[in-house]
Structures are given as C-alpha cells and as structure tokens.
Design a protein around this ligand. Sequence first.
Ligand SMILES: C[S@@+](CC[C@H](N)C(=O)[O-])C[C@H]1O[C@@H](n2cnc3c(N)ncnc32)[C@H](O)[C@@H]1O
Ligand code: SF4
Ligand code: SF4
Length: 333
Amino acid sequence: MVNFITIRNKIINTFIVFNSLTDARKYAYLNFKNKKRFKNNKMDYMSYGIKLIVFSTVFIFKSTIKYLSIYISSLMKGYKPIIFNSMEMVVTEKCNLLCPGCISLIPLYKDRENKDIDDLSNYLSTFLDVVDYISIIKIMGGEPFLNRNLSSFLEKFCSEERYSEKFNKLVFITNGTVIPDKATLNVMGLFKDKIEVRVSNYGKKSSKIIDSLIENDVVYVIGKDSNSHWVDIGDLKRKNRDELTLNKMFSECEAKKNCNTLLDGKLYLCPFAAHGTKLGFFPDDGNFVDLSSNRNYKNLRESFYKIRSLKYIGTCDYCDIPLSKPYVEESHN
Ligand SMILES: C[S@@+](CC[C@H](N)C(=O)[O-])C[C@H]1O[C@@H](n2cnc3c(N)ncnc32)[C@H](O)[C@@H]1O
Ligand code: SF4
Ligand code: SF4
C-alpha cells in the first residue's frame, strides 16, 4: 500500500531548500521594516509597499542563487547537501520570567546555568564545518541576554569568513526585559548585516530593551503578541499512540522544521525533546546529533542525514504540541 505520509515527508525533505527561502523572505521583510523607512513615525504605505516588494525580490533572487549554487555544487561533488532553515542554540537556561507553559520547559529546571563560551564556540564551529548552509541561527535561552559573555563569540562567527559564509543571520530571541551588556550591544551594532534581535511580545515589559537597541543601531523586530500563538505543551506524560498517529503528528509538526535545538552540544529536532530529555521527563531515544564528542566529518554528516529521515521521535509520544490549538490566556506574567 502506498504510504502517503512517507511520500509527503520525502517531498518536504527534498524541498527543504525552498523552506529556507520562505524563512529568508520573512527576515528580509523584518529587516526592511526596521531600517527607519517611516517618515515622522507615520507609515508611508505606498513607498513602503513598493520598497518592500523590490527589497524582497532582490533578497529572494540573491538567496535563490546562493541555495542553488550550494545545491548544484554539492550534487556535482556527489553528495546531498545539508541545508537548514534554522537552529536554536541554547546559550543559557537562566531566565528572569519563568512563564508557565514555556515550550523550552525552563521553569521546570532546578539548576539553570549560563553555557561556557568556549563550549558554544566549539559546537557551532563543528556544526558550520559540517553542514552546507543554514539560514537562521537563533541565539536562545532561557533569556539569552542573561549570558553576559557573548560578545567575543558573536564577533568570531560574524568576522571569520569560513563561518560567516555558512549562515545568513544570527538572531537573538529575547523576552525584551534584560538590557544586553555593553560589549554585546557594540558587536550587534557593528555586524548589522549578520545579527538581529527578535523581541518576543509579552506586553509592556518587553519594551525595556528597545532604547538600548536603538542607541546602538542594532537591527531589531518585535514579534506578534505571544498570547495569539502560544501552544499548550500538555502534561508531559506518555500517551501510547499508535505508529500512524505519531507519523501524522510528526509530519505536521512545525517545531521539527524550524526549531531544531542545540543544547549542551547535542542537536535535537525540537526544544521540547532537548530540554525534556535533559530534565529526565522523557527517556533518551538517541535521536540527536552529538557535536560535543564527534568531530568526524563523515560520521556527523551521516548522523544529520539519519535524524532528518526519521518518521517521528520517541518524545512525540509525550507531546501534544502539533495537536494543540493556540491558546490565548495570559501565559507569561
Ligand atoms: C523559549 S523562548 C526563549 C527566548 C526568550 N526567553 C523569549 O521568551 O523570547 C523562545 C520563543 O519561544 C516562544 N514560546 C515559548 N513557549 C511557547 C509556547 N508554549 N508556544 C509557542 N511559543 C512559545 C517564546 O514566545 C519565544 O518567542
Ligand atoms: S518563554 Fe522565554 S521568558 Fe518565558 S520562561 Fe521561556 S525562556 Fe523564559
Ligand atoms: S516532540 Fe515530536 S511532535 Fe512534539 S514538538 Fe518535538 S518533533 Fe514535534
């Protein structure tokens, strides 16, 4: 019998490069929006619209050339390229808000730590050496600006061509309540083409960071109101779902496409699996790529192909995320 889910997954995997393009276009738009194109704080819709179309078209054209050239040169060398939409790199588990329902399970940690910069640097350089291209590397927590040692790390990856040519942007995801340290602000302002800040929108408290970003000429965007799209992470208990249900859930899951999570050197398919496994809520199903101990190029590429061909992971049986409707109650006071 024809398995439609497998066929659909194959098509999605084959066209991952076009997923990356969608992401690139979104960020092109956000970038544009924040380059002070508004007169007297009033939006000039006509010129804004035209510039947006021109800017997005040029951006997509350039990205298409980039992706196609990577694709074609890899195929000519006889291997399938490894291209990522995005990845979330956890630089700290510390957080000053501890919102109930956090998809990264941060409030459930007993001990929260800032990650060591040399370790982060080793994991990311190994990752970039092995993959062919990644559109967005999200700098993630907890609250990422609570790690006060990130400036040299950012500088290294934005200034060394060997690394910077492998990614489009480093994007901080922040709750907006922590003003970054001066050195980090400087570097973010210096590498405007490579670094952006995305401020999650938790109402007024998230605006605390804005003045410091403007003063340092940092490119930033404000996300849509989180109450409109947060999902219910469920009760973390095992559900004993059958294989067909797990396949379907996984194929519909956005997190595994856009939120692969690098935690303590291990790259998981989603933050739920990464943090939940570390915290002991789910058994270790081995479905991650270990960048902390394995530096062998060939083995690592094989591991990437392997996790990207999975039909589901063990954690999906504990997860309600793809099934949950966005809920609108206040989740992060
Ligand atoms: C885990 S947070 C870490 C970064 C930072 N602390 C923040 O809140 O922006 C990363 C992103 O996940 C989002 N998020 C957290 N829990 C979520 C949930 N249950 N459903 C949807 N998005 C969620 C946050 O709004 C944020 O944009
Ligand atoms: S969503 Fe962000 S701010 Fe809220 S607990 Fe999770 S990491 Fe902290
Ligand atoms: S556990 Fe499975 S279904 Fe849940 S977010 Fe992760 S990949 Fe998606």
